[in-house]
Design a protein around this ligand. Sequence first.
Ligand code: PEP
Ligand code: MN
Length: 449
Amino acid sequence: MTRSSEAAHGEVRGRNTRDARLADRLAAALDRPAAQQPEWPDPARARTVVELLRTAPPIVAEPETAQLSERLAAVARGQAFLLQSGDCAETFAETTASHLRANLGLLKRMSLLLARAAGLPVVPLARMAGQYAKPRSRSVDADGLPVYRGDMVNSAEPTLAARTCDPDRMLHAHEHAARAMTLARRAYAREQSNPRTGPSSYPHGTAGGRLVGTAEETGRDQGPRSEQIYVGHEMLLLDYECAPLRAAGLTTGPEPLLVSPLAHFLWIGERTRGLGDAHLAVAELLANPIGVKIGPSTTPEEAVEYVRRLDPHATPGRLTLISRMGRSQVREVLPPIVEKVTSTGHQVVWQCDAMHGNSRTTPDGRKTRHFDDIVAEIEGFFEVHRSLGTHPGGLHLEATGEDVTECLGGARGLGEADLPARYRTACDPRLNEEQSMELAFTVADLLAE
Ligand code: PEP
Ligand code: MN
C-alpha cells in the first residue's frame, strides 16, 4: 500500500496556508488503518503511479457535483427520488458505447417511469466511470488463488500472474473512467432527442409531469435544462481516490474542503465503514456528496456518528445512508436507526440497496439473488419510512440493460438452471432489463401510494 499523501500533495501543500492545512488533514486521515487495500508487489512503482494520478485530467466537473448536491438536498427534503443503478463491477472490456448505452438507457427508462408515477423528479445516478475496485470477504478464491479485486487492481483470469496486484491498473482505470464518462455524456445527450425518453416525453402541467431536473426542482431560475447524468462509485482504493483530490471551490461550512474530480458521488462500503478508519476520515474532508452503506450490524449510535462526522453543518442531502439489511431484517433493524437519526434534525437521503443483503449461492457455486427478495426488502423499506413519516428517498440497484441471466425470478421466472446461459457479471449478479423494469413498476406503485 502506498497512500503517501505527503508526496501526493506536495503541490497542494506549497500553495498557501489553506491548502497546507488540507494536505495535513488528508495525511492524518491516511495514517489511519484502511481495510481492503491491495498489497502492491512493487511499492516504488505504486508511488510513481500515484504521482501520475495526481495530475490526471478530471472525470467530472465541480459545478456538476455542486448541482448534484442541490438535487440530493431536494431528495432529503422529500421533494425528489434518487435512482442509482449499474454494474456491480465495471470491467475494462466493457468500456464500450453499447454496454454503457444499455445501462444508461435502462436507468433513464426506470427514472422516467418512477417520475411519472410518483410526480416527483428523479435524480439518475449511474454506478459508472470508476466502479473498478471491489471489496472482498476472502483474500483467496476456491482454487487458493488471490481473489479478484476489480480491474483496477488485478485480472479476473484464474492464474497467479493475472491475480497479482498491478499498480499500473490504476492508470488504466483512470483512462477507462474518462472514456466511460465521455461515452456516457454522449449517450445521455442522445436520449435527450429520443421522443420516448427525452424531455418532450414528459406530460407537462400535471403533478406527475414535472420535468426531471427543471429549475423548479433546483430552485434556480434558469429554465428547463438538458438532463445531466451523474456518476458515482465506491470510494475503496485510497491510492487511486486520494491522489487527484484538489481544494474545493465550494464548501458547506467554515472550513475548506477537498473535492474529488473522479466522480460526482462517492460511497463508503459496508466493509470499510469503521469509525476509526481512513475511509471515513477521508470522506470527512470531501465536498462531494457522500454515501455510507449500512448493513444489519449497524447500530443507531453508529448511524448518528456517521451523520455527525459526515454532515457537521446539517446540510440536507450531504449524506446518503444506504441501508442493505436484507428482506428478513429491514423491518427490525432500520426503524431505530431512522428514529435516532431523525431526532438529530439532520436531513439525510435514505436509500435502499435491495441487492447486497439478499445474496445467495446456488449449489453449483454461482452467486445470485431472487427478484422476490429484492422486492420484499424494498417493500419493507417503504413500510418503515411510511410508518415513521420519513421519506423513502432512493434505490440503489445492480442492474444492466443487457439481457443477462444472473438474478432469479421475475416475470420470465428464471430458475437456477437458467443462470449459466448468460451469466456475465465480473462480481455480483445484476437484474436484467426485464427484471429491472418490472421492479420499477412495483416501486412506482409504492411511490404513488
Ligand atoms: C457493492 O455495492 O458492490 C458492495 C460491495 O456493497 P456493500 O459494501 O454494501 O457490500
Ligand atoms: Mn455488488
